[in-house]
Design a protein around this ligand. Structure first.
Ligand code: RP5
Length: 167
């Protein structure tokens, strides 16, 4: 599957601040590697709450399938976005300056029953990208095959590392 600029985004990568971009870029890198059309933008639950709400409310009708949301500190963006849409939201706790992302993790992972956010490890936006790709592969055999190839290469890399270790 070729990604072209005219393809409608299936995934949205949103983040609370420009300072989250170095982390969230890793999710975009995975989506690029699997040629998934996506959009990205800064949306803050605190600094731009109206824009965040408008985005989340219209996400499904805009053709999006999955939202990856990253934030740090009082990381309310993934949970608030999830409150306004029934699309799956994957939360990325971004490392924070004072509490190293423990605050971000707790803010994102401790959602109340009824409004889930699938939370990845602190700073692991790459896994958020992969999880999104795997969700999309539910209805896409070609994509499922490419994930299988990725997994095989990953296993092969471990085997190669072992060979080097034993030399
Ligand atoms: C959160 O506050 C953002 O997601 C970011 O991780 C954190 C710090 O934001 P900046 O002060 O760097 O803009 O809303």
């Amino acid at each position: 599957m070729k990604k072209s600029k005219t393809q409608k985004p299936l995934v949205a990568v949103i983040m609370g601040s420009q300072s989250d971009w170095p982390t969230m870029k890793e999710a975009c890198d995975v989506l690029d590697a699997f040629k998934i059309p996506y959009e990205k933008q800064i949306l803050s639950a605190h600094r731009t709450p109206d824009e965040m709400r408008a985005f989340a409310i219209s996400a499904r009708t805009n053709g999006l399938k999955i939202i990856i949301a990253g934030a740090g500190g009082a990381a309310h963006l993934p949970g608030m976005t999830a409150a306004y849409t029934t699309l799956p939201v994957i939360g990325v706790p971004v490392v924070s300056k004072t509490l190293q992302g423990i605050d971000s993790l707790y803010s994102i992972v401790q959602m109340p029953k009824g409004i889930p956010v699938a939370t990845v490890a602190i700073g692991n936006a790459s896994n958020a990208g992969l999880l999104a790709v795997q969700m999309l592969s539910i209805n896409d055999e070609d994509l499922a095959g490419r994930i299988e190839t990725f997994r095989q290469r990953q296993s092969q890399d471990v085997k190669e590392s072992n060979k080097l270790l034993k030399k």
